[in-house]
Design a protein around this ligand. Structure first.
Ligand code: KG4
Ligand code: ZN
Length: 346
């Protein structure tokens, strides 16, 4: 079964074709990173406009790259939740229109759940029960999957998502958007023990918090450059040397990664899982991969970096498993759900 996946929930317009949830036939991603970088973050209206411009060419490219015509496509899977409303509308409208015109079944896909499915394209398919650490710009959660579509949310962030913390800290110390890759690169040249930053303690055994860590970095930077809390935060970065910037990046990354690994390790030992996977943009972080593999005594098969950040291959892959268990949705009725969490969709 060949599924066309369509993804447009944030700032990537993507289309991909996956056969039987295993073979990636094409994977086209049009990133808007350059467009938003000048603003230091995603501007929703600009994102929606850019999706409109490229959605059709991106879908056509996915068909061409896979050497497919519409006759070869058995179904369309599209991200309908969660995300920016204007962005979600473009992908779902394209998918609904194509489902009607080409007479194909349409499958609604939850973006955060889809991230997990990047791992199902690995050589070895993860086994259930599976512990998933899902860490992106909008989500940080630990989920126990008993089967496809059958999961329990064990814990989540109480405030900022970890990717959001990477992005905000990058801004404070003067590194480019998106902050995750910039911090990871700067951290390679920094000392992770240079600054003592706090790990937040929460009552929920598997919950996270990253807002306090971000504020601790802000205070430490103010202290380092010798200004008080009234000093404009946008001007702080200009007072940091590159060496200190790298030290802040490394010190922040160490605590953020340890926080994620501590909770994942705890869940691993509390539940009898057969596999552990990580998913979402922050799963591309090599320190997270290194430390998690050190601490968890099970072989973790990491997905390629380009399938960790937003893409449609993960949407098409989940679409295949979804189609095995569920009826297609009506292309006339599918609505977007910008703030639907995974807990509610279970
Ligand atoms: O999954 P994703 O592409 O989009 C969302 O659904 O949010 O995740 C984007 C997030 C951004 O916050 C970005 O800074 C972070 O993933 N990210 C990373 C790395 N690459 C991307 N964070 C840490 N280390 C990385 N190498
Ligand atoms: Zn994502």
């Amino acid at each position: 079964m060949k599924i066309l996946g369509i993804e447009s929930s944030c700032d990537e317009t993507a289309a991909a074709i996956v056969e039987d949830g295993r073979r990636l036939l094409s994977n086209v991603v049009n990133s808007q990173i350059d467009i938003h970088a000048v603003y230091g973050g995603v501007v929703p209206e600009v994102a929606a406009r850019s999706h409109i411009e490229v959605i059709n060419p991106v879908i056509n490219q996915a068909l061409t790259d896979a050497n497919c015509t519409w006759d070869d496509i058995d179904g369309i899977a599209v991200t309908y939740a969660p995300g920016l409303i204007g962005s979600l509308l473009i992908g779902t409208l394209a998918a609904r229109t194509l489902a009607i015109l080409k007479n194909k079944p349409l499958y609604p896909i939850h973006h955060v759940e889809a991230h997990v499915y990047a791992n199902f394209l690995n050589e070895k398919t993860p086994e259930f029960p599976m512990l998933a650490l899902i860490v992106s710009g909008g989500h940080s959660q630990l989920v126990l999957f008993r089967d496809h579509g059958d999961y329990e949310l064990l814990g989540q962030t109480c405030d900022d998502a970890v990717g959001e913390a990477f992005d905000k800290v990058a801004k404070i110390i003067g590194l480019a958007y998106p902050g995750g890759p910039s911090i990871a690169a700067a951290a390679k040249n920094g000392n992770p023990l240079a600054y003592k930053l706090p790990k937040s303690k929460l009552s929920g055994a598997y919950d996270f918090s990253f807002s306090g860590l971000k504020t601790a970095v802000l205070r430490a930077v103010q202290n380092e450059v010798g200004v008080d809390i009234t000093f404009p935060s946008t001007q702080l970065a200009g007072l940091l040397t590159d060496a200190r910037r790298n030290d802040f990046a490394a010190s922040f990354q160490r605590i953020a990664v340890e926080t994620l690994v501590d909770k994942t390790e705890r869940a691993y030992f509390d539940f009898d899982v057969k596999s552990v996977i990580i998913a979402g943009g922050v799963a591309a972080n090599s320190e997270l991969r290194r430390i998690l593999s050190d601490r968890i005594p099970v072989n973790i098969d990491y997905a390629p970096m380009n399938l960790c950040t937003d893409n449609a291959a993960m949407v098409a892959t989940m679409g295949y498993y979804y189609a095995l268990k569920n009826q297609p949705t009506s292309p006339y009725d599918l609505e977007v759900a910008p703030s639907l969490s995974m807990a509610k969709s279970a």
